[in-house]
Design a protein around this ligand. Structure first.
Ligand code: DSN
Length: 423
């Protein structure tokens, strides 16, 4: 017989850990650009009975029986994704953004083929050719970066490298860049060398859904994304493409790089696509950007250097050397977490420090916006960050700041009616 007791009754250790992280999530201001708080509906779907079902293949073409309901679910999720982003095809099975990218490469590239993508230490991603990632091992990545003065992607350099190396794929997308991508220029460079254009939209797909950032779908051959960042869905990946690439992409996801889909996550993706198509979500997406702008403006007013001079999306990098040449990103992120503000350390462009230390911190606003914070609180939070970093060696000042931060976090609980899944 199946054990129907709750996790609290079955496993006190895991229940304690769930409680501990609930307390942590409840008591901090969350500024990790890739995190968010999902709705109760998303969490329920993610923890639903679909976790019990195996369904390798795609609707109507499965390797298992009993897939009639799962077929309807996957069709629903795909149709919602296509409608939300105006895409001809959607694959909702990738388990993560990294899996989506691997499948996208596997669909179109042979080992050794060239790809032109953004440097990891200037804002790209591990899966864009890092030597420690399969992408870097399997394919020959050529990297473009940002201009040293403007800290904007240097499209002249992208074009020069494209013409010199003639990659099979041009890749646009980032994890630490705060400006709008010039899709038109990327498209025309890709066309000039007859390459595919892939956009890794993991970070900004949620803004696209809410009309707060330009949509790459009309320009790109394929767009990969995650569902768990600003989009406010479950952890997972997504690939959008033109119909002509549908077969290759589906084959590359399954059986190319994954086995059966995780249909509890697909159910939760379907819910998040529905939620992201509402007017409330559009307001939310717009507010994310307004909050990021307000925070960047306040930090700059405090004399702290914001990379690229501001933001057009949900995040930005802050250069700790503008506070103290000796202060590292890692020290700053640890200190902020200790006083109740959670972010992550990051390299800044042309950083002399290694990625595991970095000279910057990355600040993102999707989660704090879900908590209900608007420009006044964004401004206040940025002020608190600047004060905490300036008083980092003054325990009594930090104690006072921590109290103010906790009070602010307490006033904006992500789940005013209690955490879903709380034990
Ligand atoms: N690691 C994620 C981020 O924080 O940006 C991207 O995959």
């Amino acid at each position: 017989m199946i054990d129907s007791r709750s996790v609290e009754d079955v496993d006190a250790q895991v229940a304690d850990l769930i409680r501990a992280d609930t307390a942590r999530q409840n008591s901090h201001i969350h500024l990790i650009a890739s995190e968010n708080f999902v709705s109760r509906a998303v969490m329920q779907a993610s923890g639903s009975v679909f976790t019990n079902k195996y369904a390798e293949g795609y609707p109507g073409r499965r390797y298992y029986e009993g897939c009639g309901v799962v077929d309807q679910l996957e069709d629903l999720a795909r149709d919602r994704a296509k409608a939300l982003f105006g895409a001809e095809h959607a694959n909702v099975q990738p388990h993560s953004g990294a899996q989506a990218n691997l499948a996208a490469y596997f669909a179109f590239l042979e080992p050794g083929d060239r790809v032109l993508g953004m440097r990891l230490d200037q804002g790209g991603h591990l899966t864009h050719g890092s030597p420690v990632n399969a992408s870097g091992e399997l394919y020959e990545f050529i990297a473009y970066g940002v201009d040293q003065d403007s800290e904007l992607i240097d499209m002249d350099e992208v074009r020069r490298l494209a013409l010199e190396h003639r990659p099979k794929m041009v890749l646009a997308g980032y994890t630490a860049y705060s400006r709008v991508l010039d899709y038109e220029a990327f498209r025309s460079i890709a066309d000039e060398i007859d390459a595919l254009l892939m956009v890794d939209a993991a970070h900004f797909i949620g803004l696209v859904a809410g009309g707060a950032y330009p949509n790459p779908v009309p320009y790109a051959d394929l767009v990969t994304a995650t569902t768990h960042k600003a989009l406010r869905g479950p952890r997972g990946g997504l690939i959008l493409s033109r119909e002509e690439h549908a077969k290759a992409i589906d084959k590359a996801v399954f059986p190319g790089t994954q086995g059966g889909g995780i249909f509890s996550q697909v159910a939760a993706k379907a819910v998040c696509f529905l939620e992201a198509s509402t007017p409330e979500y559009r307001d939310y997406a717009g507010q994310i950007v307004e909050n990021a702008r307000a925070m960047a403006a306040r930090l700059m007013a405090e004399g702290v250097r914001v990379v690229g001079g501001g933001t057009d999306n949900h995040m930005f990098l802050v250069d700790m050397r503008s506070i103290d040449e000796e202060l590292t990103g890692k020290q700053a992120a640890k200190l902020l977490d200790a006083v109740g503000i959670t972010c992550n350390f990051n390299t800044v462009p042309f950083d002399p420090r290694k990625p595991f230390v970095g000279s910057g911190i990355r600040i993102g606003t999707p989660a704090m916006t879900t908590q209900g914070m608007k420009e006044p609180e964004a401004d206040e939070t940025a002020g608190l960050i600047a004060e905490a970093l300036r008083h980092r060696e003054d325990p009594s000042a930090l104690e006072g700041l921590e109290q103010r931060i906790r009070k602010l976090a307490d006033s904006f609980p992500a789940y005013p009616e209690g955490f879903p899944g709380h034990v």
